[in-house]
Write a protein that binds this ligand. Structure first.
Ligand code: EPU
Length: 498
């Protein structure tokens, strides 16, 4: 299977400046195309690949207006069988890429997932003057020594939640940062960054938020400090860890988040010469160093991607071996799957999940790691629609992460939501429908429901899903699923001659 080279992606700016026909593979699936072009010739007319990143020279794109209407089409009610290999962890790499800004040397990063969040981040670094080279489809070299400034490109920044890691990294390197307020999935209101700000201020930076930008400056440099987080925040923990790595003296973060990607960022920074201990516990100590040197690092496997395939087996039935995982990271998920009636076998770097019987109802509450991850709540919610009896989910991290429920109801699910609690009354079957991905994990939940449902499910707004899942369609096809990615042309599109 051919995978796209990171260099094949291009920026929104270059799309807008294009005058003549362009290749669609430059744009589709990057999350970048939105409203800029329209008249496209779909891949499916000319080849069998049906892939967004197909690089055969047969797509053409003309200037005009286009919305990203691509969708997944799923013919469900087929058990999943076989093996699937998990990619590198999205929520680790989106912090590691900004961390390279602080490194005075070449970073070679392996096990990098090709998802649009990563591609956008690499583009941001390139626009800021970094050299980014794709060594192979999952390895990238980043050299930020030639980076020119601490100002980030606004349009790309707004597409990411993880753009906030640029603040910590730029403060560490330049002692100042100017970063557009983060975008990312909407879980009920504005996603706050007050704990990030609290940490930067403790390190000696002054921080202000004006006109949609975060301005941070530590004119006298950053100095180690004691930071107690009022809420357990993944982003604040990682961001403070970044800035503190190059601060003078020791920083202690208390009530730190413990997610596997926090440990992975600490391991990356330590591999580059930082001095961080305690990552994975709720007290992290960072002794500032003068310089980070280059090196080679391999990103951990994606716990949530693995969990998503496991949840898909729960919904659709079958038996799947999920490879390239760290079983320890999955314990919080496997415990719930076993309660639901699955057989889960742990191998060295794989887990085998088998669902041979009807699903049991369960209760679950999402919590910071090692609790059940909020990023798995929608996927398991989709599977629980088919359990015998009534299940109860309590969302313990985000204000509102139930926007997907309305979509599941269109497929016959019986779910009532009251604040942070969802009551799911199991039904004997779901039926295919047109649904949309409201956010990344909500989109994964729709795919899972579609795999289990009778009939055809069309999942729209898939650019959310492609922010965080690498080759989802191909991986599910490898498990026997009938799923394809369809490029949709707007009504006014004019077919192009080849
Ligand atoms: N919070 C604050 N103040 C802050 C930061 C967070 O009150 O300054 C609150 C949030 O409102 C939320 C809770 O603390 O209620 C946890 O937020 P956290 O900061 O941990 O979330 P995040 O760093 O913005 C990361 C992941 C999310 C994942 C959460 C929780 C990345 C890029 N994102 O977000 O992942 O849901 O941690 O585990 O790492 C996803 O992958 O789909 C995703 C949304």
């Amino acid at each position: 299977m051919r995978r796209t080279d990171f260099r094949e992606f291009t920026s929104r700016k270059s799309i807008q400046s294009a005058r003549g026909p362009r290749k669609i593979e430059d744009f589709v699936g990057t999350g970048i195309i939105e409203t800029t072009f329209s008249k496209i010739k779909p891949c499916r007319s000319f080849c069998r690949c049906k892939r967004p990143h197909c690089t055969k020279n047969h797509h053409t794109i003309l200037p005009g207006r286009m919305r990203n209407l691509d969708k997944f089409v799923i013919r469900g009610n087929k058990p999943l069988c076989g093996e699937v290999t998990v990619s590198g962890a999205k929520n680790a790499i989106v912090a590691i890429i900004p961390a390279t800004i602080m490194v005075d040397g070449l970073c070679r990063i392996e096990n990098v997932p090709q998802v649009s969040d990563v591609i956008i981040q690499l583009e941001i670094l390139q626009q800021m003057g970094a050299r980014v080279r794709s060594v192979n489809p999952s390895t990238v070299e980043i050299d930020c020594r030639g980076m020119r400034n601490a100002r980030t490109p606004e349009d790309l920044m707004r597409r990411l939640r993880a753009s906030y890691y640029l603040i910590g990294a730029l403060l560490g390197r330049y002692h100042r940062a100017e970063v557009a307020m983060p975008g990312g999935c909407n879980f009920g209101g504005i996603r706050p960054i007050d704990q990030h700000v609290k940490g930067f201020e403790a390190l000696g930076a002054s921080v202000s938020i004006k006109n949609g930008f975060v301005y941070a400056e530590a004119s006298e440099g950053l100095k180690g400090a004691h930071v107690y987080l009022d809420v357990v925040s993944v982003g604040a923990t990682m961001n403070i860890m970044l800035a503190a790595s190059l601060a003078q003296g020791q920083t202690i973060i208390e009530n730190a988040a413990k997610e596997p990607h926090i440990v992975d960022l600490a391991n990356f920074l330590n591999a580059m010469g930082a001095d961080i201990s305690g990552a994975g516990t709720d007290v992290i100590k960072i002794r500032g160093v003068r310089r980070l040197k280059g090196g080679v690092y391999s990103v951990i496997p994606d716990q949530i991607e693995a969990g998503t395939y496991m949840a898909a087996v729960m919904a659709a039935g079958g038996s799947v071996t999920v490879r390239n995982v760290i079983p320890k990271h999955l314990e919080c998920i496997t415990a719930k799957l076993i309660e639901m009636g699955a057989q889960v076998e742990e191998l060295d770097d794989a887990v085998r999940v088998t669902r041979a019987q009807p699903l049991n109802k369960i209760s679950l509450k999402t919590l910071p790691y090692p609790g059940f991850p909020t990023d798995m709540q929608p996927q398991l919610g989709a599977a629980l629609c088919l359990a015998e009896g009534t299940s109860v989910i309590t969302e313990g991290v985000w204000e509102n992460r139930y926007r997907y429920v309305e979509e599941l109801r269109r497929m016959g699910a019986k779910i009532q939501v009251d604040g942070k609690v969802a009551i799911i009354e199991g039904v004997s079957e779901l039926t295919g429908a047109k649904v949309r991905a409201c956010d990344l994990r909500a989109g994964a939940a729709m795919v899972i429901a579609g795999l289990a449902a009778h009939g055809v499910t069309e999942v729209e707004e898939i650019s959310y899903i492609e922010r965080g899942y690498e080759n989802l369609v191909e991986k599910l096809q490898g498990l026997g699923a009938d799923i394809s990615r369809v490029t949709v042309i707007e009504d006014d599109a004019i077919p192009m001659a080849r």
